[in-house]
Write a protein that binds this ligand. Sequence first.
Ligand SMILES: Nc1ncnc2c1ncn2[C@@H]1O[C@H](COP(=O)(O)OP(=O)(O)O)[C@@H](O)[C@H]1O
Ligand SMILES: [Mg+2]
Length: 223
Amino acid sequence: MGDFTVRLDETFQNIKLIKSYCREEYEISRAKVIIDKFLAIFKKAAYVESAASPIMEILGGLAVAIVIFYGGVQAINGETTSGAFVSFIAALLLAYKPLKALSKLNALMQEGLAASRRLFMMLDVEPESKIDETQAITDLKMYNIKFSNVFFSYKLGQNILNGINIDIKQGQTIALVGGSGVGKTTVLNLLQRLYNVSSGDICIGGININDIRLDVLRKNIAF
Ligand SMILES: Nc1ncnc2c1ncn2[C@@H]1O[C@H](COP(=O)(O)OP(=O)(O)O)[C@@H](O)[C@H]1O
Ligand SMILES: [Mg+2]
């Protein structure tokens, strides 16, 4: 479900791009894959649910029948009184409904667990800055940008930037040129501290961006 909403969100937000590249069919087929997967899961759930109920009914009915038979035989033979037998049956029938509800508990718990897993994923996200912002620099006077030997990876072991060095003088206009996915946006993400470098330094006006207060840094950057 999460995948599906993410995909739809992406698609609708970028609808102009999709149209201008004539990618409608492709996007529809991507959505279809997820919907089909969904359908399969829902079908399976429906099967299990609809099978569980009759099976429980049959087993419950059988149990009651056995008890009546056994108790009946005992009552006839005079081993129990018929009063005790009837009150036992009444108690059994009263217990039947709560027991049935218990069988639905597992499905409910599974749904709850799936939802809480997503919730805890959000709660486990580290807060953006662990740096002491009260110590941080709050005014920038020079704006030359320097990347020194910057390494970065989004996922461990998959380096996107390998020892990047960039030196941009104040007032200079620079174009980052490269194929899709080489890391141009990543460079800009690092400059705003949306992510932290794995190693190396990024400085603005000779000040490491880690020492600049986050809101000051970002107010000085237009995207
Ligand atoms: N948030 C992210 N998590 C994991 N990988 C990412 C993320 N953003 C980008 N990437 C990967 O990093 C690489 C560089 O991406 P990006 O900087 O967006 O490239 P560009 O802007 O040059 O097209 C790509 O291989 C992309 O798949
Ligand atoms: Mg990009």
